[in-house]
Design a protein around this ligand. Structure first.
Ligand SMILES: [Zn+2]
Length: 371
């Protein structure tokens, strides 16, 4: 790590979503900014390196305060407790500009490192307006300010990362980063947002982008179950992205789902759920050949057979299809075929479909033998 940069390492999902959200946000251009996008580097080793100059280059006023897009935080939505007065708006601009000088002088429950403004800067801020002191005090622990981000789940959030303590310390840099977490989420339905969490920012950045492209504007009926969504995005990643998932396939890739349910008092409660695919299944579907074969078939029935590891079912289906393909079109077992396939070209060219399924089976067998 050079003096002019800060290296960010994946941590818990909220922090990870914050970093991925920032990366997405940097793709937008704002006036008077000197290409901040070029000051953040997504590395193959799973880290993100940000140039300390990035903070000076951000037009904080346009991005976060006057902004009309979804990053605007002043008295808005889940960030409504973050900045509360006119003075704090000005203070926040100064706060963000100063983040380039953060130093590691205390720990942080979110990023596990802790990047704080130098004490001199903190004193300078605290000696300003009365509200200044309040702001830095308010954000130093994960508390009611962030409560609106997580809703009542803030109590449940700690678990593994937080040692079950409330009011865990959260550093100045993390306070800035988590303001972006919602940008990385995909809305599946009115009350459900999802994020794909992994041990590499590169993998998270690409997978969540694929999800937004594929499922971002779907309604509830169209949205498939989480297992299928996660699997589809891994498959698309393996087909489209030049660098393979490689070593990351052996590690946990999970979907975090944040949704609301009505409690007995009729109020909305936030819930968080995690869903992951076993690493042996991820290894199989992220193989480029297998991913292409699955994607070309484009059938959720076939995908689920693979996800359930019932590979021999593929052979059975292929033989059934070959048998049906020798019959006249009218005499074919229409119900059997309709139940198996959604796409018309798969139903029509049975020999071709059977061969595609047999190829898929062979590729999977080879993959299993090799590993
Ligand atoms: Zn931190």
């Amino acid at each position: 790590m050079s003096e002019n940069t800060i290296t960010l390492y994946p941590s818990n999902w909220l922090y990870n979503a914050g970093v991925v959200g920032l990366l997405n946000n940097l793709e937008n251009n704002y006036p008077n900014e000197n290409s901040p996008k070029n000051l953040a580097q997504i590395c193959e080793d799973g880290t993100v390196i940000i140039d300390r100059n990035i903070f000076k280059n951000l037009n904080t006023k346009a991005r976060f305060i006057e902004g009309v897009d979804k990053i605007s935080i002043y008295r808005k939505g889940m960030y409504r407790n973050f900045l509360t007065t006119e003075d704090e708006k000005k203070l926040f601009i100064d706060f963000v500009k100063s983040l380039g000088s953060v130093e590691n002088r205390d720990n942080c429950g979110l990023c596990n490192y802790g990047y704080y403004l130098p004490l001199g800067k903190v004193n300078e801020i605290n000696n300003g307006q009365r509200s200044n002191k309040k702001f830095l005090n308010r954000i130093k622990e994960f508390n009611f300010v962030h409560n609106t981000i997580m809703g009542p789940t803030v109590d449940k959030f700690p678990n593994a990362f937080w040692n079950n303590k409330r009011g865990t310390k959260i550093c100045h840099l993390c306070n800035f980063l988590i303001l972006h977490h919602h940008i990385a989420l995909t809305s599946l339905a009115f009350y459900e947002d999802i994020f794909i969490n992994a041990l590499s920012f590169k993998v998270m950045y690409e997978l969540n982008k694929l999800i937004i492209e594929t499922y971002g504007n779907m309604n509830r009926e169209e949205a498939k179950n989480k297992r299928e969504i996660l699997a589809t995005s891994v498959i698309e990643y393996s087909r489209k992205i030049k660098s393979t998932l490689g070593i990351w396939t052996g590690m946990n890739i999970e979907i975090v789902s944040k949704y609301k349910v009505k409690n007995e008092k009729g109020q909305w409660d936030d819930r968080i759920e995690y869903f992951s695919l076993p690493s042996d299944v991820i290894k199989i579907i992220s193989d480029r050949g297998i991913a292409s074969a699955l994607s070309e078939l484009g059938e959720f029935r076939i995908l689920n057979i693979v996800l359930n590891r019932k590979y021999s079912d593929l052979i059975e289906i292929a033989y059934k299809l070959l048998r049906e393909s020798t019959k006249d079109f009218d005499k074919r077992n229409k119900r059997l075929i309709d139940n198996l396939f959604y796409r018309w070209d798969n139903r029509k060219n049975l020999t071709q479909t059977a061969n595609k399924i047999l190829l898929l089976y062979t590729l999977i067998e080879e993959k299993i033998k090799r590993s």
